[in-house]
Design a binder for this molecule. Structure first.
Ligand code: SAM
Ligand code: ZN
Length: 170
């Protein structure tokens, strides 16, 4: 049984689908972050390397997303999240996942910026037209996802994360 497969998604374009059941906390796949984009080694459009396939990580590190993870769509109530463990990034199950389920994560978790974009995930929690970036999420959603933030994102946004924690715990 394949770990995951890619095919047409009802959310957008191509999506990634589970090939095996997963329990919350289990690793769904390891992200291949080996193609680091730098000034010395820039994107090569002749090889299909395009900016919209890049992921922006800690310390300004830019990586070119590979298949299958580059096809994971956003969902406002996702079934996975991304966790860095010993320097490698993994897609980890957040909920029970059944074979055939579309693998999704919430792009706003560990997300910076204030790009406006329109979501078509169609979940009951869908925020439709919204701003990217974790701190643009409604505060109740920030509270819910606090434990899912990656260590590098917390380190880079320590003041805002501390302020959020203070609002929760007082
Ligand atoms: C990493 S790609 C995901 C794979 C994409 N479905 C494809 O076929 O290339 C990210 C892009 O997919 C689209 N996308 C992903 N999730 C979406 C969603 N919930 N609503 C609308 N567009 C979405 C956006 O255009 C986004 O920039
Ligand atoms: Zn949505």
């Amino acid at each position: 049984m394949p770990r995951v497969s890619t095919r047409e998604s009802l959310i957008h374009g191509t999506g990634v689908f589970a090939g095996a059941p997963k329990r919350p906390g289990e690793i769904v796949l390891k992200i291949d972050d080996s193609r680091v984009v730098t000034e010395a080694d820039p994107l090569d459009p002749r090889n299909g390397e395009e900016e919209h396939h890049c992921d922006y990580l800690s310390g300004g590190k830019v990586v070119l997303m590979r298949s299958p993870e580059r096809f994971i769509n956003h969902r406002c109530d996702p079934n996975t999240y991304i966790r860095t463990i010993a320097g490698d990034r993994y897609v980890v199950a957040l909920t029970e996942i059944h074979p055939g389920d579309e693998i999704t994560y919430n792009y706003c978790i560990n997300g910076d910026g204030d790009t406006e974009w329109s979501c078509s995930c169609d979940s009951p929690d869908c925020r439709k037209l919204h701003l990217s970036g974790f701190f643009h999420l409604p505060e109740a959603v920030q509270f819910r996802y606090l434990a899912l933030l990656d260590d590098w994102f917390i380190a880079e946004n320590q003041d805002e994360v501390d302020a959020l924690k203070r609002r929760i715990f007082i």
